[in-house]
Design a protein around this ligand. Structure first.
Ligand code: ADP
Ligand code: MG
Length: 235
């Protein structure tokens, strides 16, 4: 319990720091975007400086994504749960993650009896998006993303699964995946799974990552039907 408290405080401090950095970066970044838009009017696609302006735009966009991730990570985690159709959130997230990715095939396995679990729509959409993005990014040569949702069998609730046919996750990295800023990608922020974990914790859900030696990764989410930690006392 003591260790959990220390970890909790560490994360809170990291969240506060992230918020400050994100806000401080956002203003100069806005100025950079404005200047770039103006610059674009003088530098056409065939001008000698086109490549350079392209690099500036790309890197500014990358900073912008980092700021977005930092703000998501730093945002307070008390959810406003409402019964939302999970299928709808999943479809939105998968559409965003796979747009322009013609080599990724999407396979759906949505059971008709998935219970309407209460979730914070914004938080859960972001969590689904992060998982779909990780799956897509794990398959640069293409592959299959399988998205499944079904009724939980052990606990009342819904089970959601993202499975990809990428290389899988080496055993020695498993325990670091949820660490904020842990990434193996050249342009990753390492905040995706940290955000997913916080979202699941805030919903009293559970997350499990399976990566068999044969390759591929499955992320399993368990979302409870009720979020009370203990049942209310009668009388
Ligand atoms: P990021 O995507 O910015 O690297 P994440 O927190 O989303 O940060 O993921 C952390 C790391 O977990 C990734 O860098 C990658 O090494 C690993 N990972 C996550 N999802 C997958 C996946 N589906 N297949 C392989 N590796 C994964
Ligand atoms: Mg990610």
């Amino acid at each position: 319990a003591q260790q959990q408290l220390v970890e909790h405080e560490r994360l809170a401090a990291l969240g506060a720091l992230s918020a400050v950095v994100a806000h401080e970066v956002r203003n100069p970044l806005g100025a950079i975007f404005n200047a770039l838009a103006t610059l674009r009017r003088f530098v056409g696609p065939s001008a000698p400086a086109d490549t350079l302006v392209g690099i500036l735009e790309e890197e500014a966009n990358r900073l912008n994504r980092l700021v977005d991730d930092l703000l998501d990570f730093a945002r307070p985690t008390s959810p406003l749960p409402q019964p939302v159709p999970l299928a709808h959130l999943l479809e939105e997230a998968v559409r965003t993650a796979t747009s322009g990715q013609s080599r990724v095939r999407v396979e759906w396995a949505l059971a008709p009896d998935v219970p309407p679990v209460p979730v914070d729509e914004r938080m859960m959409r972001q969590a689904f998006l992060n998982l779909a993005l990780n799956a897509v990014q794990a398959m640069p040569q293409g592959g299959t993303l399988r998205v499944a949702a079904r009724r939980g069998t052990e606990h009342p609730g819904a089970v959601v699964e993202f499975t990809d046919t990428g290389p899988g996750i080496p055993q020695q990295l498993r325990e670091r995946l949820f660490e904020p800023f842990f990434t193996t990608k050249a342009t990753g922020t390492g905040l995706g799974l940290a955000i997913v974990k916080r979202t699941l914790d805030a919903h009293r859900g559970q997350i499990r990552i399976e990566s068999p030696p044969s390759g591929g990764t499955t992320v399993v989410l368990m979302l409870p039907l009720t979020q009370e930690s203990t049942p209310a006392h009668a009388g």
